[in-house]
Ligand binder design. Structure first.
Ligand code: FE2
Length: 285
C-alpha cells in the first residue's frame, strides 16, 4: 500500500464573506481554484462577534452541494425549500442546491466561539438541474471512533468500523474530523482514484516528515493510504476525500455549472426570480 505524499501545501487566505464574516479559504483561491470534486473550503473560526455576527443573509446557490460542519457555536439555517435548520456544535448539514436554493445562515449567539467548515462539493452535469434537497444531522448522529489517543468523528465514509450519515452517491465523500494526541499516528485507507486533502486547524501535524502548520491544507498525491503524525502538542485536522467528476467547471460566485451559457442562464433566472422552481410558502418572508 503506497502512502500518499503532499503535492501542494496551501496556506489559508482571509476572505470576507456574507454580510462581513471573516473566513479562512484554501480551496477556491488563486493558489487552488478547484480540487475536483471540491470547489471551495472555508474555515470560519472566531471568538470576536464582530467577525461573525453579520452572518450570511439570503443568497443563492446553483449547481453543487454545500456541506457545513459546525465545531463550536450555533447557526440558524433557513431556505427556499422551506427548511429551518439548527446547526449546533458537532452537527453537520448537507444541502444539495442543484437547480437553485436561496438560503440564509445566521449566528444564534452574540458572544463566544463560532467555528466550523463549509465545503462545496460539485455535482455531475446530469444532476446540476435536479431538485434541491436538504439533510441535517445532530451532533449525536455523527459516530465517534476512539482508541489509543485517536478520536475520530466520522461525518462521512467509514473509519474504525463506524460509518458517517452522509453519503454522496456521485463522489462518495469521506469526511473525518481527527483529534490526535502528541506522538500518535493516524492511518486511513483512501481509494486510489479519490482526490484527498488534509486541513489542520489545531496544533501541528506532519506527513512523511513535512510539517503541516495550523490553517494549512495539504493536497495529497496518488496512493491508497494516508498517514499523519501529531506534533508535540497534539493536533486536530479534517481528512476529506472524494471521487473527481472530470467535467468542465465554470464558476461565477455562488453558481457553478459546466458552461458559460449555463452561468448566464443562472444569472438571468436569479434576476427574474426563477432560480427557485418550487418556493416554500413562507420563503422570502
Ligand atoms: Fe450559502
Amino acid at each position: 500500500m503506497t502512502a500518499r505524499s503532499i503535492v501542494q501545501l496551501i496556506r489559508a487566505s482571509a476572505v470576507t464573506e456574507g454580510a462581513g464574516v471573516t473566513v479562512h479559504r484554501t480551496i477556491g483561491t488563486p493558489a487552488c481554484r478547484h480540487l475536483d470534486p471540491f470547489l471551495m473550503l472555508d474555515h470560519f473560526g472566531s471568538d470576536d462577534p464582530d467577525e461573525y455576527i453579520a452572518g450570511f443573509p439570503d443568497h443563492p446557490h446553483r449547481g453543487f452541494i454545500t456541506l457545513t460542519y459546525m465545531l463550536n457555536g450555533h447557526m440558524r439555517h433557513q431556505d427556499s425549500m422551506g427548511n429551518r435548520g439548527d446547526l449546533r456544535a458537532g452537527g453537520a448539514q448537507w444541502m444539495k442546491a442543484a437547480s437553485g436554493v436561496i438560503h440564509s445562515e445566521m449566528p444564534q449567539q452574540t458572544q463566544g466561539l463560532m467555528r466550523g467548515f463549509q465545503l462545496w462539493i460539485n455535482l455531475p452535469a446530469a444532476d446540476k438541474m435536479s431538485d434541491p434537497a436538504y439533510q441535517e444531522f445532530s451532533p449525536e448522529a455523527i459516530p465517534v471512533a476512539e482508541e489509543n489517543g485517536r478520536h475520530v468523528r466520522v461525518v462521512s465514509g467509514t473509519y474504525g468500523g463506524r460509518t458517517g450519515p452522509i453519503d454522496d452517491p456521485a463522489t462518495r465523500v469521506h469526511y473525518l474530523d481527527v483529534t490526535l494526541a502528541a506522538g500518535r499516528v493516524f492511518t486511513h485507507r483512501v481509494e486510489a482514484d479519490m482526490t484527498a486533502f488534509v486541513y489542520v486547524f489545531e496544533g501541528e501535524a506532519a506527513l512523511a516528515e513535512t510539517a503541516l502548520p495550523r490553517h494549512s491544507l495539504a493536497v495529497l498525491g496518488p496512493g491508497e493510504a494516508v498517514e499523519i503524525a501529531a506534533g508535540n502538542g497534539g493536533t486536530r485536522f479534517i481528512l476529506v476525500a472524494g471521487r473527481p467528476l472530470h467535467e468542465p467547471i465554470v464558476q461565477y460566485g455562488p453558481f457553478v455549472m459546466n458552461t458559460r451559457a449555463e452561468i448566464e442562464q443562472a444569472f438571468a433566472d436569479y434576476r427574474d426570480n426563477r432560480l427557485v422552481r418550487k418556493k416554500a410558502r413562507w420563503a422570502g418572508d
